[in-house]
Write a protein that binds this ligand. Structure first.
Ligand code: PAF
Length: 297
């Protein structure tokens, strides 16, 4: 495995790996912010199994954090991350500094409209501009054939797919299933922030989504019914503070008429939630109905 901290090193490593594949190896790419867990490991393994060369990026991107968010305290563990990358089939790790990625303040914005107007796009203003910018830069630098993203960040997948289509990036976006703890909590680098009591109550997020799945199967159910039931269940965890619970079409992220009966045999829906436990904000989601487009949860 080759570790690159600069863009010239990355280009050299890609050239070296390509020459081992007679210059025509396929490149799989797993962009991350590090502090890797089994969710990232599943993306790395999938990339390694589907491509000749697999590249992992580890970069905590300041451009996607708001002024009062956790950029400074975002967990980092370089040694452990490199060990995990090596164990999961990665050939090249790109771990640039902020200066390497942004030698001067960028004046270019990558703004994807509509799909960013609700959920995390609404509660974290500017977040997806930062994601769009860094992912565009990384796609240009790595030039992958396929890029792997976890469906825990389902809105991010929708935004990146839209950006890729709009800007003709020659890359296939591969949405991958959410990986969960045995009790259902979706894996996240931010789970380490939780106290024991918060961790215990955080299980209510995946439980409420599982419960909603049962309700969703009932005839005549509306978006408003599902959202209300889900909110009530989350609120039963006394440390939970809801940021949003929304049921939307996926991947357009349009709002269905809250009072209209859902059409699961025809439409794909997402029930998405963001909930704070103290200062830790967790997200989770569940897709329902007709699941097209190779999406998995
Ligand atoms: O999902 C993440 O970890 C980040 O948003 C990404 C895609 C690596 C961009 O910084």
């Amino acid at each position: 495995m080759i570790l690159c901290r600069t863009i010239p090193e990355l280009h050299e490593a890609l050239k070296q790996q390509q020459s081992k594949n007679a210059g025509s190896g396929t490149v799989g790419f797993v962009p991350t912010m590090g502090y890797l867990h089994e969710g990232h490991a599943s993306l790395m393994r999938r990339s390694a199994s589907e491509n000749d060369i697999s590249v992992l990026s580890i970069f905590v991107n300041p451009m996607q954090f708001g002024p009062n968010e956790d950029f400074d305290r975002y967990p980092r563990d370089e040694e452990r991350d490199l060990a995990l990358a090596g164990q999961n089939g990665i050939d090249i790790v790109f771990m640039p500094s902020v200066k390497e990625m942004y030698p001067k303040a960028p004046l270019t914005t990558v703004f994807v409209s509509q799909v960013t107007s609700r959920l995390c796009g609404a509660s974290r203003p500017g977040h997806f501009d930062g994601v769009g910018l860094v992912v565009s830069k990384l796609f240009h630098l790595v030039q992958p054939d396929k890029a792997y993203f976890g469906m825990k960040d389902a809105q991010q997948v929708a935004v990146i797919q839209q950006m890729t289509d709009d800007l003709n990036f020659p890359v296939e976006i591969v949405p991958c299933p959410i990986v969960r703890e045995p009790d259902g909590l979706a894996l996240s680098s931010r789970n380490v922030y939780l106290t024991a009591e918060q961790r215990e109550q955080a299980v209510m997020l995946s439980r409420s989504l599982a419960e909603a799945k049962q309700h969703f199967a009932k005839a005549g159910i509306t978006a408003a019914d599902i959202v209300e039931q889900t909110k009530q269940m989350i609120e039963s965890a006394e440390l939970a503070e809801i940021d949003y619970v929304e049921l939307l079409h996926y991947p357009s992220l349009d709002l269905p008429d809250p009072a209209a009966v859902l059409q699961p045999e025809r439409d794909t829906y997402i029930l998405a939630l963001a909930v704070k436990f103290g200062s830790t904000r967790l997200i989770d989601n569940q897709l329902f109905g007709y699941i097209g487009g190779d999406y998995h949860v």
